[in-house]
Design a protein around this ligand. Structure first.
Ligand code: ZN
Length: 577
């Protein structure tokens, strides 16, 4: 593993060369100065600095304390970073922001590893929200329920018997309802399974409360839709959560396109503290005159540093765990299955070519090696017929890949948008994911290192709310490919571990490139947006296993401080706690 260290000599050298000759007269003052910092700039020409100056929403100067001090005027606000590490703010390149934000207003079952813990959280939420007609939540995982891997309605009835409870699994592929919710959805022993769904039943034919795939919709259809005010409130909370973990921009891969006006309303109110790149979600059979009109008008209306459209997301397949990811060869544990492409390949290729001809960026969800190959073929074909250059089409997830496709990312200029925490080698990944595809293909699990070594650009994200939006957890996983307990001993497919530099880049400079924003974002250099974070530890000096615990002390977006941790605002008080 390439763990770079903080070489003091090297830093001094850089600083010495970057000191300019004294200016004849003092420069006009900055609005904000961040000083006494260890700034890791992500600018290859000036990797380290110890201060920077900001005017308006942009960076005015980066350099040593003396140089930056010369920008200090009477009204300049000075932020003393107290020797902490300063980084460019992070971008999350794959997020379902509205869903995640709504989840914050509901029962959060992330990391609830026992039935008792789930019951406790559901009950305390229900007690705290006596007027809420439905109790909703998300984040339970299959191993919590032992051998059956599925929950039972009785466990929820014990804590909330009188109101409907509806809890979605972490992956969104199953849900769990109590008796009241099943009754309200009209599900009883006579209900027929919907197409593409399964109402799980006990030996007597009674619904157990576990619902798979489309069967969840029977209950979901009865849940009241959030109001505009509730959505706005959720977004405010989501933005705060994002800023708190160091995010300054997100690339939405979800349904947020429908809510662009809500984001715009927050902007008008001065509440938009996060930048949004929002994709239009396109399902097969493809474009219609109406969808083209929607995509084009959003691109025209939203095209600045805060909200932008002009990108289309589509899905080619499902997930490995459910045998729905499209594989070239059958699944190892279930040789009758190889997954199914969601699109007719020719139709997909034609759609990609049309989007590319329009100059729209494309995000394709592809998890199985067959889906990944089809996306690469389609992108290659589109570039050939349209003679497009630098379109930077993206493949999202890339959990498996054929060996011969790895170098095509670099060759074709296709961005690899991956979510490190999905590879977290827990029971789910090693027991189900790796079992399903078998040991030979599992050797090419989440091959970010190989893609990058072959010239491909990596862009990292979370896929929140499937997993936490905290990038530090993802970062640790990209470096170690181990669980928090250090399993497996050398990491899951350890040759794919990334260095700290490479991982940081995938959340900053690489991410900016992946969203066509590298001219204004992704690094701390003169003229770029003043989007930065101060964190509580020097990543270059600690063990990779400590990275996941990183806390952000301050987040700045466009020169404005949008988050300060209690530790940072008032260190003495935080110390006493
Ligand atoms: Zn997603």
């Amino acid at each position: 593993m390439r763990f770079p260290c903080f070489h003091l000599g090297f830093v001094l050298l850089i600083v010495c060369f970057s000191i300019p000759l004294p200016a004849a007269d003092a420069p006009s003052p900055a609005d904000v100065i961040v000083t006494n910092a260890r700034v890791y700039t992500e600018n290859p020409q000036q990797q380290w600095a110890d201060a920077l100056a900001i005017r308006g929403d942009k960076i005015l100067a980066v350099g040593d304390k003396a140089k930056i001090g010369s920008y200090r005027g009477k009204a300049t606000k000075v932020i003393d970073a107290q020797g902490r590490l300063v980084l460019p703010g992070f971008t999350d390149c794959h997020i379902h922001f509205m869903d995640g934000s709504l989840g914050l207003t509901r029962v959060d079952l992330n990391d609830a590893k026992t039935v008792e813990e789930i019951q406790k959280r559901v009950k305390s939420y229900a007690d705290a929200h006596p007027d809420e007609p439905w109790i909703q939540g998300m984040g339970w995982t299959y191993p919590t329920f032992g051998a059956s891997a599925l929950p039972n309605k009785k466990l929820l009835d014990e804590v909330v018997p009188d109101r409907p409870v509806y809890l979605v699994a972490f992956d969104g592929h199953s849900s769990w309802a109590n008796s009241k919710a099943l009754a309200m959805a009209g599900i009883d022993r006579n209900t027929v399974d919907p197409p593409n769904g399964n109402i799980v039943r006990d030996k007597k034919g009674e619904a157990t409360g576990a619902l798979k795939e489309a069967a969840s919709d029977l209950v979901a259809a009865k849940v009241p839709k959030p109001t505009r005010a509730e959505r706005l409130d959720a977004l405010r909370r989501g933005i705060h959560e994002a800023n708190k973990v160091g995010l300054v921009r997100v690339h939405s891969a979800g349904q947020d396109f429908e809510y662009l006006d809500l984001y715009n309303e927050l902007r008008k109110n001065g509440e938009l503290n996060l930048r949004f790149y929002v994709s239009y979600f396109l399902d097969p059979p493809g474009l219609t005159p109406e969808s083209v009109a929607l995509i084009e008008s959003a691109r025209k209306e939203y095209n600045d540093d805060w909200i932008s459209g002009g990108v289309v997301k589509t899905m080619l397949d499902g997930v490995v765990e459910a045998h729905t990811a499209a594989m070239i060869d059958p699944y190892s544990d279930e040789p009758t299955l190889s997954g199914k492409l969601f699109w007719d390949p020719d139709k997909y290729k034609a759609t990609v070519a049309e989007l590319d001809a329009r100059g729209l960026q494309i995000f394709t969800h592809a998890i199985g090696d067959k889906a990944v190959r089809l996306a690469l073929d389609a992108y290659q074909g589109a570039a050939t017929v349209n003679h497009t250059k630098d379109a930077r089409p993206r493949i999202e997830h890339i959990e498996t890949i054929s060996a011969q496709d790895i170098d095509r990312f670099g060759k074709l200029g296709v961005i690899a948008s991956m979510q490190p925490l999905h590879s977290y080698p827990d029971e789910d990944t090693l027991g189900i994911w790796a079992r399903n595809i078998g040991p030979e293909r599992a050797k090419r699990a989440w091959v970010w290192r190989s893609i990058e070594d072959k010239g491909g650009v990596l862009a990292f994200g979370s896929d929140w709310p499937v997993v936490t939006l905290n990038p530090w957890r993802g970062m640790q996983t990209a470096l170690t490919r181990q669980t928090d307990e250090g399993k497996p001993e050398y990491g899951f497919v350890p040759q794919q571990r990334l260095s700290l530099d490479d991982t940081l880049r995938a959340y900053t400079r690489g991410a900016a490139f992946a969203g066509h924003r590298e001219k204004s974002e992704g690094s701390l250099e003169v003229g770029k947006l003043a989007d930065l974070i101060i964190i509580d530890r020097n990543l270059f000096l600690i063990e990779p296993t400590e990275i996941g615990k990183t806390e952000v002390l301050m987040t700045m977006v466009g020169g404005k401080v949008v988050y300060e941790s209690p530790k940072w605002k008032n260190p003495a008080a935080a110390e006493k706690k």
